[in-house]
Each structure stands twice: as structure tokens, then as C-alpha cells.
Design a protein around this ligand. Structure first.
Ligand code: NAD
Length: 260
């Protein structure tokens, strides 16, 4: 199926790593121009350099929880590409801790990036889309936001906020040709997951951790965890015109882990 994305412009936060980078690769293959924004400026530039060739890709350093950075990101998108057709918000941070052992500083760090950052980005990117009468937005959430997850309470709360934000804004701008959806991945093999598993192994010890790995595997009816490309394909569909009648939805791409 031709997704007819060729020549369009995508802005991807967190695009230097994991799911964000897989999205960038997939969209580059579809012939889209890319602005890759990541707090790790060097990695964003490297990612863009890897994908530049047939397609135009630019990498910039942006902290999505800083308003000035986000304004600069949208300005660069206008100057270098003439605007943004599709915005994908993949940037996030995770914290693996029991709620009663966490501090306000822990919650603030996660909320700042995962929820406040998403709001800053949407607030900055949407006016241009509304003005042009066209736009596609996909924000990454997590199934932890849909069913809850021990040790991920404030991350799950931030992602639940993202879901509510997207559903609400989708109602406000649907008449302007702008769709907004959420993709909610199950456990996906990215640097974020690898880091969480490393920390769990350290806390649990080898034997208990090995039992956990087996138990987690059993929770996936499809028999495997996710790869970043599994998530990227769903996002490519949602930002295409094939999905122009899909808005305000949460799509769990999770190998059947939960069926909320
Ligand atoms: N990997 C999983 O199992 C999984 C599961 C559910 C949801 N998710 C969600 O998918 C998205 C991508 O996760 P991933 O696994 O690819 O993570 P990742 O850690 O591999 O990539 C996240 C990227 O975001 C960047 N980033 C972090 N803070 C930033 C900030 N303030 N401003 C700009 N960039 C920032 C990081 O530098 C990194 O490049 C996230 O929103 C995450 O919450 C992932």
C-alpha cells in the first residue's frame, strides 16, 4: 500500500534513539523529509546524517521540556522545511521505582518531559497545522497508562495525561484537517528498555531476574517482545492520509500483551 507520504515533512522528537529512530528510518524510506529533535544533539545529528541521501534530514538538539527550545525547533522546521506535516512525539524518560520510595523531584523530572514536554510541543506545532488546514500528530504513550503498572506509577500517570490531552485536542482541531492519535507500545527492545532491565537485574539478582524474563515472555500471546520497527509501521499508517478518518484513538501495538 502506497502511504503517499513522499515529499511531506515529519518532525520527530526523541528521534535519535529506539522507536523515534525507527520512525525516522521508516519515514525516510517513504520519502519524507525529516527534522530529528533530541536532547542528545550529537546523536540527533548522527541520526540525520545516517538517513540523509535520497531524503533531506536535519538533526538538532532540543529539550522538549524547555519552551525556548521548543519554539526554536518549530522555527527551524519553518525555515528549513516550510512547516510540519506530521509531528511524532517519542521523547520520554522513565523511572523505575516504587511510588512510596519516590520523591517529588523524581515525579517532576518525568512529568516535565513526558507530559509538560508533550504539551509544549503540541502548543507550538498545532497553530501552523490549523492555519494550513492539514496536520498529523502521533504521541507515544504506554500500556502502563491504560492498565497501571507497579514501579512505573508517575510515568504511567504522565502518559495517561498524554492520552487525555490528545483525545481532547483531537476534538478541538478535527474540523481543521488535523488528526491526533496515540500509539501505546508494549515492551519494545530499545535503549530505554535495556536500561530498565539492567536496573531490574541489579536489584533482583540473576536467578530472580531470569524467572522474570520467562514470566514476561509468557504475557505476550505473539510469543515475542516488540521491535522498534513494529511501532514505526503503525505510526507511518496513522500519519498517512489512509488514516484521515482516524483521530483521538489509542492504538496499543503490543503483541497482545493487554487488550484494553
Ligand atoms: N521501549 C519500550 O518498551 C516502550 C514501552 C512503552 C512506551 N514507550 C514509549 O516510546 C517512546 C520511545 O521510547 P524508546 O524506548 O524508544 O526510548 P529511548 O530512550 O530509546 O529513546 C528516547 C529518546 O528521547 C530522548 N529524550 C529524552 N528526554 C528528552 C527531552 N527532554 N527532550 C528531547 N529528547 C529527549 C532521548 O535522548 C532518546 O534519544 C517513549 O515515549 C516511551 O515512553 C516505550
Amino acid at each position: 500500500m502506497d502511504l503517499q507520504l513522499k515529499g511531506k515533512v515529519a518532525l520527530i522528537t526523541g528521534g535519535a534513539s529506539g522507536i523515534g529512530f525507527a520512525v525516522a528510518q521508516t519515514l525516510a524510506n517513504e520519502g519524507m523529509s525529516l527534522l530529528i529533535a533530541d536532547i542528545n544533539a550529537a546523536a540527533a545529528e548522527q541520526a540525520a546524517a545516517r538517513l540523509s541521501g535520497d531524503t533531506k534530514a536535519v538533526g538538532i538538539g532540543v529539550n522538549i521540556s524547555k519552551e525556548a527550545d521548543v519554539r526554536m525547533m518549530i522555527e527551524i522546521a519553518k525555515q528549513r522545511f516550510g512547516g510540519v506535516d506530521a509531528f511524532i512525539n517519542s521523547a520520554a524518560v522513565l523511572d523505575d521505582k516504587l511510588f512510596i520510595e519516590s520523591t517529588e523531584a523524581d515525579w517532576s523530572r518525568v512529568m516535565d518531559v513526558c507530559l509538560h514536554g508533550a504539551m509544549l510541543c503540541l502548543h507550538a506545532v498545532l497553530p501552523g497545522m490549523v492555519e494550513r488546514g492539514y496536520g498529523r500528530v502521533v504521541c507515544l504513550a504506554s500500556d502502563s497508562a491504560r492498565i497501571g503498572q507497579a514501579r512505573l506509577s508517575y510515568y504511567a500517570a504522565a502518559k495517561a495525561g498524554v492520552i487525555a490531552l490528545i483525545k481532547s485536542v483531537a476534538q478541538e482541531v478535527g474540523g481543521n484537517g488535523v488528526t491526533l492519535n496515540v500509539v501505546s507500545p508494549g515492551s519494545t527492545n530499545t535503549p530505554m528498555r535495556v536500561e530498565r532491565e539492567r536496573s531490574l537485574k541489579e536489584q533482583m539478582g540473576d536467578e530472580k531476574y531470569a524467572r522474570r524474563v520467562k514470566a514476561v515472555q509468557k504475557l505476550y500471546p505473539t510469543g515475542r517482545l516488540g521491535e522498534p520497527e513494529d511501532i514505526a509501521s503503525a505510526i507511518a499508517y496513522l500519519i498517512s492520509d489512509r488514516a484521515s478518518w482516524v483521530t483521538g484513538q489509542v492504538l496499543s501495538v503490543n503483541g497482545g500483551f493487554v487488550m484494553p
